[in-house]
Ligand binder design. Structure first.
Ligand SMILES: [Zn+2]
Ligand SMILES: [Zn+2]
Length: 330
């Protein structure tokens, strides 16, 4: 079978490997149809900056939808989405329901072989039946939205904020903004890329442009930072209303002025993974797929994986109207 690996930073290669075979009753053999390219995959592809500390070569990508060829009877021939998180299942974190904190955690696509392959084997517990109300390629959005929902579950605990600001109009930032708007929260999306901000406006989301006065007026109970850029991180912290929360959603580094945090009683929260939210994400997408589907702007055959990753990591000026690419396996 064909698969797409990253032998070195910035370089992808199609290689041939033997089709995998099931070793346990609860394992599922999936023929992959569409794969999504996500921020974590791009970080690993670049291999520079915040590399997640991973240097080995793996099959890339972690978002996928495919059809079950072998496995439990009730799944045969059905389309499923894969949950890419691999954990031990036995440590304290796993047992208390926080597998994202498992010391043996591995993420498919960067830490373990990913899903950009003709066939993949995963345990049945890491498959989710694709909703019949969704177009097949939309399945690659399920994991990203599930990660957004998991993050929101950390901050929408005691009370729902009335105001939110999201920094970074990339796929994650847009998903946060779409979801917060669905929840009736007054959300503003902040960024530089004008085409992405225009798309947000088309979706009925208020926007503000970094460097313009309108940003200085923002004071939100919840601020979500999705870029990881240090100047944007510092700016985002300044926009949290007293008593409010800054949610960190991207790898990065910034200087925190402690005075700002304690005098205003701010909370800084991190969240990782898509824990217990895959099914909810599927249901939300099935209910109203239209705004989320706007995020999938490009589709490439897997043989053009290199071109797809290069486009996704190109400078905004040369990238054009790009948000997120998928790879098809046909
Ligand atoms: Zn992802
Ligand atoms: Zn564990």
């Amino acid at each position: 079978m064909k698969l797409l690996v990253r032998p070195n930073p910035g370089r992808l290669e199609i290689v041939e490997r033997q089709k995998p075979t099931r070793e346990a009753e609860d394992e599922v053999l999936i023929q992959i149809q569409t794969v999504g390219i996500c921020g974590g995959d791009l970080t690993y592809f670049r291999g520079t900056g915040h590399t997640l500390g991973i240097t080995e070569s793996y099959v890339v990508c972690h978002e996928a939808v495919g059809v079950v060829l072998e496995g439990p009877q009730h799944l045969l021939g059905k389309n499923v989405v894969i949950d890419p998180l691999i954990t031990c299942g036995f440590c304290e974190s796993c047992v208390i329901g926080k597998p994202q904190l498992c010391g043996s955690r591995k993420d498919m696509g960067y830490g373990a072989d990913g899903v950009a392959a003709e066939f993949v084997i995963v345990p049945e517990s890491r498959t989710y039946l694709m909703s019949k109300d969704l177009a097949l390629p939309t399945g690659v959005l399920v994991h990203g939205l599930a990660a957004v929902l998991h993050s929101l579950s950390k901050v929408l605990v005691d009370q729902i904020p009335k105001t939110a600001a999201v920094y970074g109009p990339g796929p994650a930032g847009l998903m946060f903004a779409i979801r917060l708007k669905e929840l009736g929260i007054d959300v503003i999306l902040v960024g530089r890329n004008s085409w992405r901000l225009e798309l947000a406006q088309e979706l009925g989301i208020r926007i503000a442009r970094i460097g313009h006065d309108e940003v200085n007026d923002i004071s939100a109970e919840l601020v979500i930072e999705t870029t990881g850029a240090s100047d944007v991180l510092e700016e985002a912290l300044n926009r949290v209303a007293p008593g409010g929360t800054l949610l960190l959603y991207a790898p990065g580094t910034f200087n925190v002025e402690a005075t700002k945090v304690f005098r205003r009683e701010l909370k800084i929260i991190g969240a990782t993974g898509a824990i217990g939210t895959m099914q909810k994400a599927m249901d939300i997408l099935a209910l109203n797929p239209a705004p989320y589907e706007r995020l999938l702007t490009h589709n490439f055959p897997i043989s053009s994986g290199q071109a797809a990753f290069e486009l996704a990591t190109a400078e905004p000026a040369t990238r054009g109207e790009f948000l997120k690419a998928s790879l098809c396996l046909d």
